[in-house]
Design a protein around this ligand. Sequence first.
Ligand code: ADP
Ligand code: MG
Length: 173
Amino acid sequence: MSLPIYLIGARGCGKTTIGQALSQALGYAFRDTDHHLQITTQRTVAEIVAAEGWDSFRARESESLQAVTAPGTIIATGGGMVLAEVNRRFMREHGQVIWLNAPSTVLADRLVRQPEAAQRPTLTGRPIAEEMGDILRQRAHLYHQAAHHEVNAMQSPDLVVEAILQSLSLARA
Ligand code: ADP
Ligand code: MG
């Protein structure tokens, strides 16, 4: 049985991009917890938070994580998935967890270049590089705690996929 592979990391680290490439390389399915949440609620993340508050969003996020978990699946998780201990434990117990790690300046640079960046407003209204710096400082230890493997996400997507495949085969050896 092929255990699910969870990709964790802050916005812009490449969970969607790398997840899709990895799913092709391995012949696995690809799922995205934010996308699952949007389909099942017919709302965006921002709309759920506005209507129901953060606690309700976080509870729905945990449900999404469990709903998309299946063998032979790559799972791109929401950037805040690691905030809840229950999610960190669930991922570690059910599959292999990979942290796509890149400095906040790289993440911010990628996000401002995205055409849909306007749909992903910063949480505080401050410059995105500052905000990403704060987020990484707050969450780095949680990503580290949750992950079985940490991969340098500054490399080209091909090399990131390669590094993940290598860390997984080392883990299985
Ligand atoms: P996430 O799903 O983690 O928020 P995305 O996969 O949407 O991240 O990537 C955010 C942006 O960064 C996209 O424009 C994507 O093309 C780009 N990107 C992702 N990974 C890399 C990489 N390894 N090198 C260069 N650009 C990347
Ligand atoms: Mg994504």
